[in-house]
Ligand binder design. Structure first.
Ligand SMILES: [Ca+2]
Ligand SMILES: [Ca+2]
Length: 536
């Protein structure tokens, strides 16, 4: 609990010390606690096994980028932990490279994320471990590759994967080191449940991605729906989470803290308030490049096994392509505002000087490129993610184009915060790149999707090998859209062979839960049932 004892230091002299000291301390703690709760509108309790603890949302905060020029004078909490580095980890769901600093869409509006990138080290060639929510996040939070833990799809939770029985979450590692751990929204796909509930001291806001309208607005099934809803930002769970995080960051803390803030947008269904839709003109916005002839040189197998998202032909025929793109841009602008709310609170609060911020998205997202929607592919649109480090110990204004993986986050944060390194992690610390962004990396990023399919992304190339042996090769020096598959062409044989040398050996077989089969079956049934656009 955050209490400013110094503000009350004169109160105790009113009481005869020997007689009333014990009573005074008790009274003080009650009064202070009540005053703090009343002032802050906070219900803050320590989490117990299986118990939900919440911090209610406070008033809105004016957003601005992390800046040393607009912060309040530094305060200190009860304990001096100036030598410790706090961590704020911002996790975004399904955000591709449509952020200003990555240049993925010419009209996207992400001023706060771009400002954060400018204040730190922005990684422009960062990739997920698996291009779908649950295994991507499990990989980040465990620091282990999918080919180690064996989760390649939705379904298995962290605690249901045997290989992770003795793999501490990054939250557990920080907590073990004396940090207070906080989490809110979507960080692990299944949340911190069962034995993981003790890894999080304070739940900032529940794992809610709402609200949703009663009836679909533009698309069936409603999981793929979009539209201007609800009326105001403060009705959005993401905004409530941002306020809760902001509120915590503006108070002194007793301990160093590790905070993870997981926003849902731009994940479908893409409902955000009308003001975000009105920022983008549906009729004139730029559609992503998606020439049908691009598919002529691509092996068929992966296209056939990846049938969960809406079909691009159906999207086009329904006349809703522009609507989806507008909704994605609107959702991205909205989540950027949420990020700004958190960063601004940090910048103006007492932790501005001793906090490291890391921002990532769990994977990318197709909006028609390669005739595809959503995720799960091994192409650039699906695997590339925004990744930013900023704050304490991070140089400003650097850009790193070396290939990195999100599984590198865990060892990086452990190293930057000088925690114990007795951990078996697959990732490689990004500290050399955080010292000098031009430092080369020896290893490419490895991405896996469904069992037995892998991509190798180096600084200049993408090589894909599917389970049936079929291959793709792209030269990013002159083909950022991955239009021309160079696999099998004699001139590229040596680079193809070199990249193939990085393919995982002895990859873990897929862990499947009953729930995962049900989820997949339900999604497929929904897809078959789908009537596509909502009839009007
Ligand atoms: Ca996701
Ligand atoms: Ca092509």
């Amino acid at each position: 609990m955050k209490i400013q004892y110094s503000a009350w230091s004169t109160h105790s002299v009113w009481c005869p010390r020997l007689i009333f000291s014990a009573y005074s301390m008790l009274l003080r703690s009650i009064v202070l606690t009540q005053a703090l709760l009343l002032c802050m509108g906070v219900t803050l309790l320590h989490a117990k096994e299986g118990e939900r603890v919440t911090v209610n949302a406070g008033p809105d905060t004016k957003t601005s980028p992390l800046s040393s020029s607009n912060k309040a004078p530094a305060q200190t909490g009860q304990f001096d932990h100036a030598s410790k580095t706090n961590v704020v980890m911002i996790c975004i769901d399904d955000l591709n490279d449509w952020v200003g600093f990555l240049g993925g869409h010419p009209e996207t509006k992400t001023p706060h994320i771009d400002a954060l990138a400018a204040k730190g080290v922005a990684f422009t060639n960062a990739h997920c471990a698996v291009p779908v929510c649950s295994p991507s996040r499990i990989s980040i939070i465990s620091g282990l590759h999918a080919t180690t833990h064996g989760s390649y799809e939705l379904g298995p939770s962290y605690t249901s994967i045997k290989r992770l029985d003795h793999a501490p979450t990054i939250h557990a590692t920080f907590r073990q080191a004396g940090y207070q751990t906080l989490s809110g929204g979507k960080v692990l796909h299944h949340g911190f449940k069962n034995r993981l509930s003790k890894d999080v001291d304070i739940v900032l806001h529940g794992r809610h991605g709402g609200p949703r309208p009663k009836e679909p607005m533009n698309w069936n099934p409603r999981v793929w729906d979009y539209g201007p809803f609800p009326e105001t930002d403060d009705q959005m769970d993401d905004m409530k989470l941002a306020h809760a995080a902001a509120q915590y960051l503006q108070q002194p803390s007793e301990k160093p803290f590790f905070m993870s803030v997981g926003f849902f947008r731009p994940h479908v269904p893409m409902y955000v308030p009308p003001r975000w839709f009105s920022m983008f003109d549906r009729a004139s916005l730029t559609l992503p490049p998606a020439p049908p002839e691009d598919m002529a040189d691509i092996p068929a197998n992966f296209q056939n096994m990846n049938q969960i998202a809406p079909d691009h032909q159906k999207v086009k025929q329904s006349g809703q392509w522009r609507g989806f793109v507008q909704a994605y841009l609107a959702s991205t602008a909205f989540v950027d505002h949420c990020v700004g709310t958190v960063i601004d609170a940090l910048a103006r609060g007492p932790h501005a000087d001793n906090t490291l911020v890391v921002l990532w998205s769990d994977h990318g997202f197709h909006l028609g490129e390669k005739q595809h929607w959503a995720k799960r592919t091994l192409w650039e649109e699906s695997t590339r993610v925004p990744l930013i480090f900023a704050g304490r110990g991070i140089p400003e204004g650097q850009t790193c184009s070396e290939p990195v993986s999100l599984i590198d986050l865990y060892p990086t944060l452990v190293e930057r915060c000088t925690l114990s390194s007795k951990l078996e992690l697959d990732g490689i610390s990004l500290s050399p790149q955080l010292e000098n962004a031009q430092t080369p990396r020896k290893h490419p990023a490895i991405i896996s999707s469904f069992e037995g399919n892998h991509a190798v992304r180096s600084k200049e190339w993408r090589y894909i090998r599917y389970r049936d042996g079929s291959e793709e090769l792209y030269d990013h020096r002159n083909d950022q859209n991955e239009f021309r598959n160079l696999a099998g062409i004699a001139d590229y044989e040596s680079i193809q062979k070199k990249l193939a040398g990085f393919l995982p050996i002895d990859a873990a077989p897929e862990v499947k839960s009953e729930a995962s089969r049900e989820i997949n079956n339900t999604e497929l049934k929904n897809r078959r049932r789908s009537s596509g656009p909502v009839a009007r």
